[in-house]
Design a protein around this ligand. Structure first.
Ligand code: HEC
Length: 145
């Protein structure tokens, strides 16, 4: 595919995400059993490598190569993606809360849901990648809101 067609396809995918009503908003409570759940997938080089490929194909366009929120699509969004390479951004969230936003997205901000695109195992693998990219530790203590 040419770069241009790829751009058009990404734009159309984004429009579909934004029209999808079944997403989470950051103001909504994450179900307690999810927010306090320990990551059921053990981290390994293989899990991280698989998550990295998934990130490059599905997340980098918005979040950017290192997670700074400077991907090629970032400027088209209602809200600039937060800098997930800064430990402060994910530091106070539990693994379950990170899992939840990857699962449900955030419609108001423009983050698509990945509930049907990735298996639960793959989403927990992405949580490990988020921990590694943000230089934060696994946690099952939800943020106080
Ligand atoms: C279309 C753009 C877009 C794509 C694609 C996207 N995101 Fe996001 N993401 C956002 C925006 C905008 C936010 C801010 C919304 C929020 O924090 O509630 C966000 C927030 C997040 C957060 C939470 C940060 C916080 O502090 O609340 C995580 C973690 C995250 N994204 C991970 C991912 C992963 C992993 C993928 C790929 C599987 C992905 N995102 C794909 C736009 C995107």
């Amino acid at each position: 595919m040419t770069r241009f067609l790829k751009g058009v396809a990404l734009g159309m995918a984004a429009a579909l995400f934004l029209l999808n009503p079944k997403t989470y908003s950051r103001d909504e409570k994450v179900p307690k059993d999810v927010a306090t759940k320990k990551n059921p997938v053990a981290s390994s080089d293989a899990v991280l490598a698989k998550a990295k490929t998934a990130y490059e194909e599905n997340c980098l366009m918005c979040h950017g190569e290192t997670g700074k929120g400077d991907g090629p699509m970032a400027s088209m969004l209602k809200e600039k993606p937060p800098d997930i390479s800064d430990p402060k951004t994910l530091g106070e969230l539990s693994d379950g809360e990170i899992f939840w936003i990857i699962t449900k997205g955030d419609k108001a901000a423009g983050m698509p849901p990945f509930e049907t695109k990735f298996s639960e195992e793959e989403r927990w693998g992405l949580v490990h990648l988020m921990r590694s990219m943000s230089n934060t530790k696994p946690s099952n203590n939800p943020a106080k809101r």
